[in-house]
Design a protein around this ligand. Structure first.
Ligand SMILES: Cc1cc2nc3c(=O)[nH]c(=O)nc-3n(C[C@H](O)[C@H](O)[C@H](O)COP(=O)(O)OP(=O)(O)OC[C@H]3O[C@@H](n4cnc5c(N)ncnc54)[C@H](O)[C@@H]3O)c2cc1C
Length: 394
């Protein structure tokens, strides 16, 4: 069997569905495939997004996929010193609301279908070869092997992406740039304030951080990400220690375990090749500090979908034509990714004691009443190396 389409999107996560939606809105023939039998499940995500991010994508919030509205963030140092930020005062990533990804991802795919994309679930792309007019992709679904002929392939196959590499783009992330994450969804969680998300820094999660993201009165995603270059223990072992030692989870019980990789090294320079574009986690479109990649991946997907549809209209799918995607991604998300990379690199140099001193200095700060210049001055006073590490950002 041979299926022909203009644009094949491989992977129906948030980035792929958004790419498919915008490509279909641009009047291209679009096929969106995913190897899963249920889009969105299992989730590998703490499910936090910013309200501004959803707005910028033109997505109205739907109570079917929002589990919790948030009003702030608690940053907690190794000694338990807390710095609190509130959403209305500070623009915070991942701190607007908590999704139910299993529903959200399906709704994003439904939006793509409503825009005109065709969807095939339980369909695995197994390889592809370049042709004069695009790609010939091998796929299998329910024991059936078939081929798909596409003028443009959009690789949206997540952090372990193979599709980009099949097309000759080297997107392999180095171990220092790939966080291993483990998370329980838990019940009987007793948070101090379940309208806030919590981040725990320091040796609790070497190279990353631990989090508790509330999903309901006593339900929360409790997880952490670590870098294998910074610890000999697995993320799962660190998670067990965290859950056993945190008062909020003394009485909690897990109902789900999620493990996965999170690319935190920034976007590769090359995101396109002839007839090929990469989006989402596959393209490192993730905030390197927080590991959040839903909004940034969807932003990449939106830009890719629009540009792919234009390329189809103009009958030109060469690398040169598609390179506008790289430029627009840099402007829309690359600059902020680079900024957060610097902050992450600085954070990685901080010992537990240094983190405690910084938290102590900021614990009573009223962030809405302090200028950025004053904040910077205060930070440099307690952590002089911030000037060296973050210098150009100030
Ligand atoms: C533990 C954890 C917590 C996180 N928490 C947050 C958070 O709170 N907020 C946030 O913004 N981000 C978070 N992230 C990151 C976020 O989950 C990802 O950035 C986001 O899912 C990326 O979307 P995507 O569409 O690029 O890829 P994915 O959501 O990974 O989707 C890729 C899809 O491709 C499909 N696929 C793969 N290979 C093939 C193939 N060969 N053929 C067909 N289909 C294929 C997969 O089945 C999958 O559905 C977290 C990540 C982890 C691991």
């Amino acid at each position: 069997m041979l299926i022909e389409t203009d644009i094949l999107v491989i992977g129906a996560g948030p980035a792929g569905s958004t790419a498919a939606k915008h490509a279909a809105l641009g009047e291209a023939r679009v096929l969106l495939i995913d190897k899963k039998s249920e889009i969105g499940a299992p989730k590998r995500c703490a499910e936090g997004v910013s309200n501004g991010g959803l707005e910028s994508l033109g997505i109205d919030k739907n109570p079917r996929w929002i589990t919790k509205e948030l009003d702030g963030v608690r940053l907690i140092s190794p000694q338990g010193i807390e710095v609190r930020l509130t959403s209305d005062k500070v623009d915070l990533p991942e701190a607007g609301c908590i999704l139910e990804r299993k529903v959200f991802d399906k709704y994003m795919a439904m939006d793509a279908a409503r825009a005109g994309a065709e969807i095939k679930i339980k369909t695995l792309a197994t390889g592809m070869e370049k042709t004069s007019e695009g790609y010939l992709i091998s796929a299998e679904s329910m024991g059936q092997v078939f081929h798909i002929k596409a003028k443009i392939v959009i690789a949206a196959d997540g952090p372990e992406s193979k599709v980009a590499r099949w097309g000759g783009l080297n997107t392999t992330f180095k171990p220092k740039d790939m966080e291993s994450a483990a998370q329980f969804e838990m019940v009987n969680v007793e948070m101090e304030d379940n309208n806030c998300i919590e981040f725990y820094f320091g040796s609790v999660a070497p190279g990353g951080y631990a989090w508790i993201f509330p999903k309901g009165e006593d339900i929360a995603n409790v997880g952490l990400g670590v870098l294998s270059t910074k610890t000999d223990k697995s993320a799962y072992e660190h998670l067990l220690d965290f859950v056993a030692s945190n008062p909020a989870t003394y009485n909690a019980q897990p109902v789900e375990l999620n493990v996965g990789g999170d690319p935190v090294g920034g976007m590769p320079k090359k995101l396109v090749h002839d007839s090929l574009m990469i989006v989402g986690d596959a393209a490192g479109q993730v905030n390197p500090l927080t590991g959040g990649g839903i909004i940034s991946g969807m932003t990449g997907g939106m830009i890719a979908g629009k540009i792919a549809a234009e390329a189809i209209k103009e009958g030109d799918f060469n690398k040169k034509k598609l390179q506008r995607y790289e430029k627009e991604c840099q402007d829309a998300i690359g600059k902020s990714i680079n900024k957060y990379l610097k902050v992450k690199d600085y954070m990685m140099t901080l010992s537990d004691d240094e983190l405690d001193s910084i938290a102590k200095a900021f614990q009573d700060t009223e962030f809405e009443n302090i200028s950025t210049a004053e904040l910077v001055k205060k930070l440099i006073k307690v952590s002089p190396k911030a000037l060296l590490k973050l210098g150009k950002m100030f």
